[in-house]
Design a binder for this molecule. Structure first.
Ligand code: ATR
Length: 277
């Protein structure tokens, strides 16, 4: 199917993102571009959902094929589904619902999205990976890189929260202020520090960045965070938040359609949407 053929008809399957807010979500642009490129008869919309139980009932009532779940519903959606993948259960959060003939399965593709984006730059097996932050995003990223054989250290401002995540992962923990550059080959920021509008902020001092390190930021607004700018100046290899975002979306696309995701086109369309015209 070419883009010109991509009309909505009686066979079109409905997809969407459930969150609050969702007004700035890039998922519709990314998934609709993927559907058109791969010839999938689907339509993907953003739904501002305040009551997630009602949202899940809508998936069943409308026979939606797939839903992306975002803040604040990633945990509260779990008991409303019929099945969870082992990874979603381990991470304790769902970002993907797939409707297989009325059976709703919850999965988490954030882990794979992050790990695949990094793995395009470096083999993670045996690498020492420092993860800044201990929230839901850190948890997904940590499970993803661990699955590829990385040795994870969690660094967090609040000690108890960091220790608790490290214990769940069987990983090491250090307070954020104890970061030493020579101890890690990979560093990943999962905190919101540096996100729009406070774009001048850095989650760590620049002396924590050593040449040759792979530095990833999961923030994608802005795409070039101060952390990544500084890391690049200091001779690090940088991976921006687009990689993880498109990676989690690509894994959703493949689960929903059974087709390989058109990664290049998805990346291009999201980058375009992020670039002010
Ligand atoms: P998410 O689920 O999106 O990961 P979260 O659960 O709010 O969001 O987690 C945000 C993480 O960023 C937390 O680990 C938080 O540290 P604390 O546990 O100390 O709160 C971290 N974080 C947020 N703002 C920060 C800041 N200004 N400096 C350092 N860490 C920060």
């Amino acid at each position: 199917m070419t883009p010109a053929d991509s009309k909505i008809d009686a066979a079109t399957r409905l997809f969407g993102v459930f969150g609050d807010p969702v007004g700035h979500s890039l998922s519709p642009v990314m998934h609709n571009a993927a559907f058109r490129t791969a010839g999938v008869n689907g339509a993907y919309l953003a739904f501002r959902i305040t009551d997630i139980a009602e949202g899940v009932r809508a998936v069943r009532a409308l026979n939606m094929r797939g839903v992306s779940v975002t803040i604040p519903h990633k945990v509260s959606v779990m008991p409303l589904l019929d099945a969870l993948t082992p990874l979603a259960r381990n991470i304790g959060a769902v970002n993907t619902i797939t409707n297989d003939d009325g059976m709703l399965e919850g999965d988490n593709t954030d882990a794979k999205g992050a790990a695949d984006a990094l793995a395009r730059q470096t083999d993670l097996n045996g690498k020492r990976v420092a993860i800044l932050g201990a929230g839901g995003a850190a948890r997904a990223v940590a499970f993803g890189v661990k699955e590829k054989g990385a040795r994870v250290t969690i660094l967090n401002r609040t000690v108890e929260k960091g220790e608790s995540l490290a214990a769940a992962l069987d990983a090491a923990f250090l307070p954020l202020t104890d970061l030493r550059p020579d101890r890690y080959e990979v560093l990943i920021n999962t905190t919101p520090v540096g996100m729009t509008p406070r774009i001048d902020a850095m989650p760590l001092p620049e002396t924590a960045l050593a040449p040759g390190m792979v530095v990833m930021d999961i923030i994608y607004s802005p795409l070039r965070t101060r952390l990544l700018e500084t890391a690049e100046q200091r001779g690090c290899i940088v991976v921006d938040g687009l990689g993880m975002f498109v990676g989690q979306g690509a894994a959703q696309f493949e689960r929903w359609t059974g087709k390989p995701a058109p990664l290049a086109e998805m990346t291009r369309r999201v980058a375009e949407a992020l670039t002010p015209s």
